[in-house]
Ligand binder design. Structure first.
Ligand code: ADP
Ligand code: MN
Ligand code: MN
Ligand code: MN
Length: 337
């Protein structure tokens, strides 16, 4: 029987890229090949030269449709010569991995997000136009007063597992209506592929629940935690010894490096990295063991074992995982080479 391939790509929306998709019906036995779309409707082309090419790069079962149906993640390319479209950030991640793959970079991304009422834009668990009790009981909480949206989170986790994505966990977050899932460990390219697919599944499944998923970095101003994408990183050398852990932290703090990284860490970084709510200020760099107020945290277990990984706590929830992974790979692997 014919089957459906959902072609998924990342658009050119500024300042935060969004995921787009459309459906292709394929004959039994046919493989998903090149396709295209109207780039003038996604901020990726002008109307007089509107076609942008979709190149399949990663596919997995479609856990929502089931059967033989699949999800197909694509890179965007120019019609002229099939070179990467200027908005295609995966191409740089591929280059970084080609250059430093011998160091075996691994990532674990913690994607935080907030569930919103699609009409009012107010977070789940917040009374209409008002505020719930202050933060404290919600993180990893249980019970109907503290927890909102768990059914969607469970459905999303199941979907990611059925799709074969490297989802490694989920938890309720510090602000009501805020949640997290983690993808990893995976390399510089794969972590972005799986994270974008997991985002697609989350946004798509949320439609069924009449919920909007927001990856805005600071959806509620004031005394409410923002939403980040903590980035855990290691190389073979870091997984084998502590000198490489220290060298990686020093490389991340070298002159000009924090500023360069923050540019790729998502929109609204100053709003979220205030120095409060488990963050370091955006204009200061620090690293430390167990320190959730540092830019980079060395987990307690890593200090204990004398090897492992580091956690860059700065990337925003709305960051592009390909951009973040490319920055860390290039900065740390060039220093450790
Ligand atoms: P936190 O304690 O900061 O909440 P999480 O448990 O949410 O941390 O996320 C940690 C992430 O780091 C997971 O995705 C996990 O797979 C990943 N991870 C574990 N070990 C490594 C490693 N050596 N290198 C990179 N990522 C790792
Ligand atoms: Mn976490
Ligand atoms: Mn978290
Ligand atoms: Mn974390």
């Amino acid at each position: 029987m014919a089957y459906r391939a959902e072609y998924i790509w990342i658009d050119g929306t500024e300042p935060t890229r969004e995921v787009r998709s459309k459906t292709k019906i394929l004959a039994d036995g046919a493989e998903p090949g090149l396709w295209g779309f109207d780039g003038s409707s996604t901020n990726q082309a002008t109307g007089d030269n509107s076609d942008v090419v979709l190149q399949p790069v990663f596919q997995c079962p479609d856990p929502i449709r089931g059967g033989d149906d699949i999800l197909v993640l694509c890179e965007t390319a120019l019609t002229a010569d099939l070179s990467p479209h200027p908005t295609n950030t995966r191409a740089a991640a591929r280059e970084a991995l080609e250059k430093y793959g011998d160091q075996e970079p691994w990532f674990g991304l913690e994607q935080e997000y907030t569930l919103l009422d699609p009409i009012t834009g107010w977070p789940a668990g917040f009374p209409a136009g008002g505020f719930p009790a202050p933060q404290g009981p919600y993180y990893c909480g249980v019970g109907a007063v503290k927890i909102h949206g768990r059914e969607l989170i469970e459905a999303h986790t199941t979907a990611c597992m059925q799709a074969g994505l490297k989802i490694s966990g989920t938890n309720a977050e510090v602000m009501p209506g805020q949640w997290e899932f983690q993808i990893g460990p995976a390399d510089t390219v794969e972590v972005g592929d799986h994270l974008w697919m997991a985002r697609y599944l989350l946004f798509r499944l949320a439609e069924n629940y009449g919920v909007e998923v927001s990856i805005e970095a600071k959806p509620m101003k004031g005394d409410w935690n923002g939403a980040g994408m903590h980035t855990n990183f290691s190389t073979t050398a870091m997984r084998e010894g502590y000198d490489a852990i220290t060298a990686a932290c020093e490389a991340m703090g070298a002159e000009g490096v924090p500023e360069k990284h923050l540019k790729g860490y998502g929109v609204g970084i100053e709003d979220r990295l205030t120095g409060a709510h488990e963050t370091q200020r955006f204009d200061q760099f620090s690293y430390g063991v167990s320190d959730r107020g540092a830019s980079i945290r060395i987990p307690w277990q890593v200090a204990q074992d004398g090897k492992g990984y580091i956690e860059d706590r700065r990337p925003n929830a709305n960051a592009d995982p390909y951009v973040v992974a490319t920055l860390l790979t290039n900065t740390i692997c060039s220093a450790l080479a």
